[in-house]
Design a protein. Structure first.
Length: 132
Protein backbone atom coordinates (compact mmCIF):
# COMPACT_ATOMS: atom_id res chain seq x y z
CA UNK A 1 0.00 0.00 0.00
CA UNK A 2 1.18 3.51 -0.81
CA UNK A 3 0.36 6.65 1.15
CA UNK A 4 1.11 10.33 0.95
CA UNK A 5 0.76 12.72 3.86
CA UNK A 6 1.60 16.31 4.70
CA UNK A 7 2.76 18.09 7.82
CA UNK A 8 1.57 21.65 8.51
CA UNK A 9 3.45 24.47 10.20
CA UNK A 10 1.95 26.86 12.77
CA UNK A 11 0.34 28.96 10.02
CA UNK A 12 -1.36 25.95 8.39
CA UNK A 13 1.05 25.88 5.45
CA UNK A 14 2.32 22.54 4.14
CA UNK A 15 5.84 22.04 5.47
CA UNK A 16 6.66 18.40 4.68
CA UNK A 17 5.41 15.93 2.12
CA UNK A 18 5.85 12.32 3.29
CA UNK A 19 5.44 9.24 1.10
CA UNK A 20 5.26 5.71 2.48
CA UNK A 21 5.19 2.26 0.91
CA UNK A 22 4.18 -0.73 3.01
CA UNK A 23 6.48 -3.11 1.17
CA UNK A 24 9.07 -5.06 3.11
CA UNK A 25 12.55 -3.99 1.93
CA UNK A 26 15.76 -5.98 1.49
CA UNK A 27 17.37 -4.59 4.64
CA UNK A 28 17.37 -1.24 6.39
CA UNK A 29 18.96 2.00 5.22
CA UNK A 30 18.63 5.77 5.44
CA UNK A 31 19.74 8.14 2.68
CA UNK A 32 19.91 11.93 2.67
CA UNK A 33 21.51 14.47 0.39
CA UNK A 34 25.16 14.81 1.39
CA UNK A 35 26.17 18.17 2.80
CA UNK A 36 29.38 20.03 3.54
CA UNK A 37 29.36 18.85 7.16
CA UNK A 38 29.11 15.21 6.01
CA UNK A 39 32.10 15.67 3.70
CA UNK A 40 34.07 17.35 6.48
CA UNK A 41 33.40 14.49 8.92
CA UNK A 42 34.38 11.93 6.26
CA UNK A 43 37.60 13.81 5.46
CA UNK A 44 38.55 13.73 9.15
CA UNK A 45 37.61 10.03 9.31
CA UNK A 46 35.06 10.86 12.04
CA UNK A 47 32.25 9.09 10.24
CA UNK A 48 31.98 6.30 7.70
CA UNK A 49 29.25 5.78 5.15
CA UNK A 50 28.40 3.08 2.64
CA UNK A 51 29.77 3.79 -0.85
CA UNK A 52 28.10 2.37 -3.97
CA UNK A 53 31.15 2.74 -6.21
CA UNK A 54 29.39 5.40 -8.32
CA UNK A 55 31.37 8.60 -7.55
CA UNK A 56 28.62 11.05 -8.57
CA UNK A 57 25.95 9.22 -6.56
CA UNK A 58 28.25 8.78 -3.55
CA UNK A 59 29.06 12.50 -3.54
CA UNK A 60 25.40 13.49 -3.87
CA UNK A 61 24.05 11.24 -1.10
CA UNK A 62 24.99 10.21 2.41
CA UNK A 63 24.10 6.53 2.86
CA UNK A 64 23.65 5.00 6.29
CA UNK A 65 23.37 1.27 5.59
CA UNK A 66 23.75 -0.80 8.77
CA UNK A 67 22.15 -3.85 7.15
CA UNK A 68 24.32 -5.80 4.70
CA UNK A 69 21.20 -7.17 2.96
CA UNK A 70 20.45 -3.68 1.58
CA UNK A 71 23.89 -3.05 0.06
CA UNK A 72 23.67 -5.06 -3.21
CA UNK A 73 20.35 -3.44 -4.20
CA UNK A 74 21.65 0.07 -3.56
CA UNK A 75 24.51 -0.53 -6.02
CA UNK A 76 22.11 -1.20 -8.92
CA UNK A 77 22.09 1.64 -11.51
CA UNK A 78 18.28 1.65 -11.79
CA UNK A 79 17.99 2.03 -8.00
CA UNK A 80 20.47 4.94 -7.96
CA UNK A 81 18.59 6.58 -10.86
CA UNK A 82 15.25 6.25 -9.04
CA UNK A 83 16.68 7.65 -5.80
CA UNK A 84 18.14 10.60 -7.72
CA UNK A 85 14.79 11.19 -9.44
CA UNK A 86 13.09 11.43 -6.03
CA UNK A 87 15.04 14.63 -5.25
CA UNK A 88 14.51 16.95 -3.57
CA UNK A 89 14.03 14.97 -0.38
CA UNK A 90 15.10 15.39 3.20
CA UNK A 91 15.57 11.67 3.74
CA UNK A 92 14.69 8.30 2.25
CA UNK A 93 14.44 5.37 4.61
CA UNK A 94 13.83 1.62 4.42
CA UNK A 95 12.81 -0.08 7.66
CA UNK A 96 11.03 -3.33 8.58
CA UNK A 97 7.61 -1.74 7.94
CA UNK A 98 8.42 -0.40 4.48
CA UNK A 99 9.82 2.68 2.76
CA UNK A 100 9.45 6.35 3.76
CA UNK A 101 10.50 9.51 1.96
CA UNK A 102 10.18 13.02 3.42
CA UNK A 103 10.42 16.16 1.31
CA UNK A 104 10.79 19.61 2.88
CA UNK A 105 8.75 22.20 0.99
CA UNK A 106 9.66 25.87 0.78
CA UNK A 107 7.13 28.36 2.13
CA UNK A 108 6.14 29.69 -1.28
CA UNK A 109 6.05 26.32 -3.07
CA UNK A 110 2.75 25.16 -4.47
CA UNK A 111 2.03 21.48 -3.98
CA UNK A 112 0.84 20.09 -7.30
CA UNK A 113 -1.07 16.89 -7.95
CA UNK A 114 1.42 16.08 -10.72
CA UNK A 115 4.35 16.27 -8.31
CA UNK A 116 2.64 14.06 -5.74
CA UNK A 117 1.67 11.52 -8.43
CA UNK A 118 5.22 11.47 -9.82
CA UNK A 119 6.75 10.99 -6.36
CA UNK A 120 4.33 8.16 -5.54
CA UNK A 121 5.16 6.44 -8.84
CA UNK A 122 8.88 6.72 -8.09
CA UNK A 123 8.34 5.22 -4.62
CA UNK A 124 6.42 2.29 -6.17
CA UNK A 125 9.31 1.76 -8.60
CA UNK A 126 11.92 1.91 -5.84
CA UNK A 127 9.93 -0.43 -3.59
CA UNK A 128 9.64 -2.86 -6.50
CA UNK A 129 13.42 -2.86 -7.01
CA UNK A 130 14.24 -3.28 -3.33
CA UNK A 131 11.44 -5.46 -2.00
CA UNK A 132 12.25 -8.58 -0.07
Amino acid sequence: AMAGDTSLDDEGMVEFLVFSASVRPQGNFRIRPEGVFDRFRKALKIHWEFETGNPAFDRAFYLEVPDDRAKPGLKRPEVMDTITALLPFEYLQAHPGGFRCSELLSKDEQLSREHVTEQLQLMVTLAGYLRQ
